[in-house]
Ligand binder design. Structure first.
Ligand code: GCO
Length: 480
């Protein structure tokens, strides 16, 4: 395999003034200190400690120990020259039971972390919810229950009051698709339930919580407070655009995967065709009067997480299709959809089994910016897992991750192509700063631009991190 890697200065020159460059993490994936600082249990503690749920029995108990190493991790970001950092707050650290008392130690941890970032000149982009629901709320029904959305609104208000002076843009949710369908339909993620009707109720309560949370933050901090949400918009297309069955399969996946979220959040209505598709599973009676209006708030940015395309195909009877990288788990996440598979074309794949196709990111951005021209876009996650080897070169540790570097080069170029075509893209965040707890795959899949040796917690900047740092540095240097 030969990989193409663009010259950092040439690539940087394609980006406008003020474009933000960062890396991303999420609380449960990096913090560790699961039982410290007054933190309560989350559904991911319970799930990861349940045998058979996570590869190799890995848990987030220690993860990257970022809870204790945040200062040196900020220094590392500074060394890389990154100007932004996307992180999430752990709800069970701030409100251990998911309702009621605030945990001062948890709030203080985030105040120190956010202050430290600002002092280092790094702008935090904060997500309120990246999958770590307090366990007591799951015990009371979880996201399929409306109560959880109401508790989330309280939590958002607490965060606004306690941390409002340190946060610029608030991201309500990361990938609610995963929470709803991997958590409650396929069971691949916590809490590991396989109940299709519950998954659709979860979709609605996440949409509702997004609106309630955004409104709670603006009630505390002012109507002009910037709000965003991050979606893993599925870049789905038909295997054969001339085959009506493949086109129909694409409509179904796009409906469940994208439009059930973009509909209420950006357009103020659920897509009628998807309500009809899912009628055999649920009558949607959990959508109460006024809910979709509540979910529809002004968005100051839309975050998109992109890794790989999905190429949908209607299967012949008896044929088995690919999963498209999202089919893991006891059941399918695509509730009510049968006989659809995902093509796995010849070409480059990452260690997640995800097909590498940068041009699809350009197309995805172009599509979203033509549908929602008034909403600026931010690529809040993009990156790749590859097998990494640490080598010793005259006493210096190095990771020559050429595959990952090429992935970044291709995809950052794809973002530049979208900007050239007129899209309003404001920033790019590499997933991830650190190798970390990759959910059901534990520590077996490494996404970092910085290598973590988990037994010692030693950090080593990979070649991809060095290359990315050069892009960011060149961009800054070209615009004094
Ligand atoms: C995601 C998550 C990340 C994952 C990453 C790689 O949003 O899916 O934000 O937590 O680690 O996507 O799978």
């Amino acid at each position: 395999m030969t990989y193409e890697i663009t010259d950092p200065a040439a690539l940087a020159a394609r980006f406008p003034d003020g474009f933000r460059w960062g890396s991303a993490t999420a609380a449960y994936q990096v913090e560790g200190a699961a039982d410290e600082g007054g933190r309560g249990p989350s559904i991911w503690d319970t799930f990861s400690r349940t045998p058979g749920r996570v590869l190799n029995g890995d848990t987030g108990d220690v993860a990257c120990d970022h809870y204790h190493r945040w200062e040196s991790d900020i220094a590392l970001m500074r060394e890389l020259g990154l100007d932004s950092y996307r992180l999430s707050l752990a709800w069970p650290r701030i409100q251990p039971d998911g309702s009621g008392a605030v945990n001062r130690e948890g709030v203080d941890f985030y105040r120190r972390l956010l202050t430290g970032l600002r002092e280092a000149g790094i702008e935090p982009l904060v997500t309120l919810y990246h999958w770590d629901l307090p366990q007591p709320l799951e015990d009371a029904g979880g996201w399929p229950s409306r109560e959880t959305a109401l508790r989330y609104a309280d939590y958002a208000a607490i965060c606004a009051r306690e941390l409002g002076d340190l946060i610029g843009t608030w991201t309500t949710f990361n990938e609610p698709w995963c929470t709803a369908y991997l958590g409650y339909a396929s069971g691949h993620h916590a809490p590991g339930r396989t109940e299709p009707a519950a998954a659709l109720a979860a979709v609605h309560h996440l949409n509702l919580a997004h609106g309630l949370g955004a409104r709670a933050i603006r009630a505390e901090l002012g109507e002009d407070t910037p709000i965003s949400v991050t979606l893993n918009v599925h870049a789905v297309r038909p295997s054969d655009p001339g085959d009506p069955a493949d086109v129909e399969a694409t409509r179904r996946i796009d409906g469940l995967g994208n439009r059930l979220f973009t509909g209420p959040m950006l357009e103020g209505a659920y897509p009628q065709d998807v309500l009809e598709d899912t009628a055999p599973i649920t009558d949607w009676s959990f959508v109460l009067d006024g809910d979709v209006e509540t979910a529809h708030v002004r968005l100051d940015a839309l975050g998109i997480n992109y890794y790989t395309p999905m190429i949908a195909r209607a299967l012949a009877p008896g044929e088995v299709g690919g999963s498209g990288g999202h089919g893991e788990g006891a059941a399918s996440p695509w509730v009510g959809v049968e006989g659809v598979g995902f093509d796995e074309p010849e070409g480059e794949y990452t260690r997640m089994g995800w097909y590498v196709e940068p041009a699809t990111l350009t197309a995805l951005i172009a599509d979203l910016s033509s549908r929602y021209p008034e909403v600026p876009l931010v690529v809040t996650e993009n990156g790749a897992a590859y097998e990494d080897v640490v080598v010793d070169e005259g006493g210096e540790r190095r990771v020559h991750d050429v595959g990952r570097t090429a992935y970044y080069s291709g995809h950052i170029g794809a973002v530049a192509d979208a900007i050239d075509a007129g899209a309003d893209v404001r920033g790019y965040f590499a997933w991830s700063l650190l190798d970390n707890f990759e959910w059901a795959f534990g520590y077996d899949r490494r996404f970092g631009i910085v290598h973590v040796d988990f037994p010692t917690q030693e950090r080593t900047v990979k070649d991809s991190g060095r290359w990315y740092s050069e892009v960011v540095g060149a961009h800054r240097a070209s615009r004094p």
